[in-house]
Design a protein around this ligand. Structure first.
Ligand SMILES: O=C(CO)[C@@H](O)[C@H](O)COP(=O)(O)O
Length: 871
């Protein structure tokens, strides 16, 4: 037969061999000779490429022949005996029955012969063209050998059916028969395999035991494997057990638990997740994450949202799932506004994990948020990034890049979580082997928690009802009656104590005298708290909602006597226990129930437990609370506070006119006078005809200032994007770039500044008019602040250009909330006109530094601002 290409892969014709170059399966139709695909010489079966010269010594030659013998022995064992066990595996789905080695050999081989005959007949198949004289048309007719091929195929099919039936029958009959017991050679081989497996298993379990600190081998869990194995006699049941051990070892490698592998050396871990689940984690909805692998990693775990864009339908479905999961709680917060992809989005505390079996016992089915995964990671304390940071993800838990970490920490926002219950107690997490008793304990704890939660809900409801009654009885706004209302509210105290471990930050609503009264009111509550500490702690622990939010807000409404005012008021409950906190520019801060140390202008103030302190707007407090929490917590906490503070009026002295030989001392002096920001003018000698300083000098200053103030960088430089990273590293909090400089793609530039952890701001020179292009830019909210220059940039001490103020007015009308800064020639004589135009951030160099009494100038500027903005 001449050589022809054939695609049967030796399923129909006899196998010659595989091509060792391209892997083609060569059948007898393709025959020996060069491979018809790649041209490489096809070796015949049994032919070896290895010659004696490849064995340097006798020893390796003997080893090689021994290996060959061993291979033959195993193949022999496999060929002759394996059919006695019925092994079903996934591969079988992909192969035809003729190729199925597990089938009855005799009948199968007859069927194969028939198929070969059929194929050969088809090979020589000829088709005749026949002219139909009736229709006068040609038709095709098969020659007799083709018909014969059809017959062969039918016979083969029949035989294969028989083979299948015979195999089934045989398996049924085989169940009680030992097939190997009388064959000593096989018995020996079997024993050999079992001994090896046993040794391997012992070694492996020892390793596992050491690693996981397990003492009890019996706690190892065997899991079903992808290969279903059914053995039919006792003898093979032993074999099965041993085999399962091996399979389980492999399985355990898949179901990875390797502490060293997932330990993020010297760094903070990050986990990549798909949206929308990732966002739900950092916004406090998703508290459990299921994985097929385990890890002992604990502590802050950053969450990266993978690049895959989630479908709208998927988002709705998952949001629906979570609203159901929380039983459509009334106080369930809004679902995330955005599900960004390919970015770092926040951080949670990884408490540990629970295994699937424990999870199923701990959490009722309807409350389970994770499906069929072995390890359930337990998350707490979610914090989200105000601005997600673009980055790539990776597998498993990977180390977060230090640079990204630095930036990310600066802009975290704490997420409220108390509205919904946690179903797993951290104490029950990450126990390797949980005994029956422990499980029971855990169950009772959870049941207890459910009960307590329900009681609390009922109590809260009744308190709210009482509160409502009190409110309804209020008819006038006379001060005495207001005072009476406090008294009434004070009497509702059963739940109130819950927030005594908390601080409250009230922004933008109460006047100073109102705050003092509020503080006094809360003080009386604290006194009560001191008398009943133990009981309070318990109820607080069991409660999973924001403590007394309604009571506080209602009290504020009562104090102000104006419910609508509450619309502008933001109240933040800050959990202060065990936290170090540093505060800047708080409107009002009432701290309750904690001993803390503050530093105000280098003066240490001890805030004692049980007392309330009020921090007025404009004050800059810096300091630390004594605590044994990690440094990390401190930084996160600082950022949480800084982020939630509304910036109203800011006095930002320009230090251009100060004495640079005592740079730090000059800044320190200004800070002690109560200024809000430091405005640093960075000039490059190109964009403006003056040179000042750059990142190294800024860094020296910020190092000494130790994060005491907000560093406002006014960059009068030609290529601002070149300097973003350096300026951020130098300690900048805000980077103002000039519209007239080489900004390139403005959206990209703004994003780059945000990514570097700074607020982006845009400055306009006096000659730049606010046109459509600029309005489009500002409408996109690319910048947090707009700087209207009221002098030509480059030098301090110039004359204020009042004709720039209409620009400020124009912007304020369109953007009521944005920060608008004025810079150049601003002093006590013109500051009111700046406020009136709508500016809220005042840069003043010579107006403060060269003033007769700088402190007085600062105070005056502040007072005018407060009066104008009624804050
Ligand atoms: O950016 C600049 C000048 O380019 C300003 O920051 C001035 O340095 C402000 O100083 P005074 O005009 O208030 O003296």
């Amino acid at each position: 037969m001449s050589r022809k290409q054939c695609l049967c892969e030796a399923q129909i014709h006899k196998l010659i061999n595989n091509c060792i170059s391209c892997g083609r399966i060569v059948c007898s139709v393709e025959g020996e000779g060069p491979c018809l695909f790649c041209g490489n010489q096809i070796m015949k079966k049994g032919e070896l490429l290895i010659d004696d010269s490849q064995f340097p010594d006798m020893e390796s030659k003997t080893a090689y022949s021994k290996a060959l013998m061993h291979k033959d022995k195993l193949l022999d064992f496999h060929r002759r005996d394996v059919h006695q066990s019925n092994i079903i595996d996934d591969q079988a789905d992909y192969y035809q029955i003729v190729d199925d080695v597990w089938q009855n050999e005799d009948i199968r081989s007859q069927a194969v012969i028939k198929l070969i005959q059929q194929a050969d007949a088809e090979q020589t198949n000829t088709v005749k063209q026949v002219l139909d004289l009736q229709t006068m048309q040609f038709r095709l007719e098969k020659e007799t050998n083709a018909k014969q091929a059809d017959e062969f195929r039918d016979e083969a099919k029949q035989l294969l059916k028989e083979a299948e039936l015979a195999d089934k029958k045989k398996n049924q009959n085989n169940s009680k028969t030992s097939h190997l017991a009388d064959n000593q050679e096989y018995q020996k081989l079997y024993n050999e395999i079992i001994t090896n497996l046993n040794n391997e298993t012992k070694k492996e379990s020892k390793k596992q035991n050491n690693k996981n600190n397990k003492n009890n081998q019996n706690t190892q869990q065997f899991k079903p494997t992808s290969c279903r194995v059914q053995f039919t006699d006792e003898y093979f049941q032993d074999f099965q057990k041993e085999l399962l051990k091996v399979v389980n070892q492999e399985q355990q490698q898949e179901d990875i638990f390797d502490e060293s592998f997932f330990k993020v050396e010297d760094g903070i871990g990050c986990l990549s997740m798909h949206q929308p689940w990732a966002q739900l984690v950092v916004e406090g909805f998703k508290r459990i994450e299921g994985r097929m692998w385990g890890t002992n990693y604990k502590g802050p775990l950053w969450i990266h949202a993978g690049a895959k864009q989630p479908e709208t339908e998927l988002i709705s479905a998952i949001e629906h799932q979570y609203s159901q999961l929380y039983n459509n709680l009334d106080n369930i917060p809004q679902f995330p506004a955005r599900y960004p992809t390919g970015v770092l989005i926040g951080v949670v505390d990884m408490v540990g994990y629970v295994r699937a079996a424990e999870y199923n016992k701990m959490v009722p089915k309807e409350k389970q948020e994770e499906g069929d995964t072995e390890f359930k990671f337990v998350f707490r304390n979610p914090r989200k990034l105000l601005i997600p940071i673009q980055m790539r993800g990776s597998n498993n838990i990977f180390k977060l890049d230090d640079d990204i970490l630095k930036i990310a920490i600066k802009q975290l926002e704490k997420v409220p979580v108390k509205w919904g219950p946690y179903l797993i107690d951290p104490k029950d997490v990450a126990k390797e082997a949980i005994g029956e008793k422990q499980v029971d304990d855990t169950m009772s704890k959870i049941q207890e928690q459910f009960v307590i939660n329900n009681i609390n809900e009922i109590q809260e409801k009744s308190i709210n009802e009482q509160q409502q009654k009190v409110e309804n009885s209020i008819v006038t706004d006379q001060p005495q009656q207001q005072e009476k209302r406090y008294q009434q509210v004070q009497s509702i105290d059963s739940q109130f104590e819950k927030q005594l471990e908390w601080g409250i930050l009230i922004k933008n609503v109460l006047k100073r005298d109102q705050l003092v009264r509020m503080a006094n009111f809360l003080s009386t509550k604290i006194k009560k708290q001191n008398n009943q500490k133990g009981a309070l702690k318990l109820s607080f622990m069991a409660k999973n909602q924001l403590p007394c939010h309604d009571i506080i807000t209602n009290t504020i409404s009562n104090i102000t006597g104006n419910e609508n005012q509450y619309d502008n008021c933001t109240i933040h409950f800050l959990k202060l226990a065990d936290k170090k906190i540093c505060i800047q520019n708080a409107t009002a801060l009432i701290l309750i129930g904690q001993s803390m140390e503050f530093m105000n202008n280098n003066q240490q103030i001890l805030l004692q437990q049980g007392k309330v302190f009020l921090v007025e707007e404009g004050y800059t407090l810096n300091g630390q609370f004594s605590s044994d929490q990690q440094e990390e917590n401190l930084r996160l906490c600082i950022q949480n506070l800084v982020d939630i503070i509304i910036i109203m009026i800011k006095i930002a002295p320009s230090i251009l006119t100060c004495d640079f030989s005592i740079f730090y001392e000059e800044c320190d002096k200004l800070l002690k006078m109560g200024v809000d920001w430091l405005h640093l003018d960075v000039m490059d000698g190109h964009f403006v005809p003056n040179l000042t300083f750059g990142p190294p000098i800024i860094k020296c200053l910020t190092n000494r200032l130790q994060n005491r103030t907000f560093i406002d960088l006014h960059c009068m430089i030609q290529e601002p994007r070149k300097w973003i990273k350096d300026l951020s590293n130098a300690g900048g909090h805000q980077m103002t770039v000039h519209y007239e400089s080489d900004i390139g793609n403005i959206e990209e530039l703004s994003q780059m500044i945000k990514n570097a952890g700074m607020r982006p701001a845009l400055a306009l020179k006096p000659k730049t008019l606010i046109d459509h292009t600029l309005i489009e830019i500002f409408d996109k909210q690319l910048f947090d602040m707009i700087l209207i220059m009221t002098v030509e940039p480059g030098f301090g001490g110039q004359k204020f250009m009042a004709d720039m103020l209409p620009k400020v007015t124009q912007l304020r009308q369109r953007y009521p909330k944005i920060d608008i800064q004025v810079d150049g020639g601003v002093n006590c004589d013109n500051v009111i006109s700046c406020y009136e135009a709508g500016a809220n951030v005042i840069v003043s160099g010579s107006g403060i530094v060269n003033a007769k009494d700088p402190q007085q100038s600062i105070n005056y500027m502040k007072e005018c601002g407060c009066q104008h903005f009624k804050c």
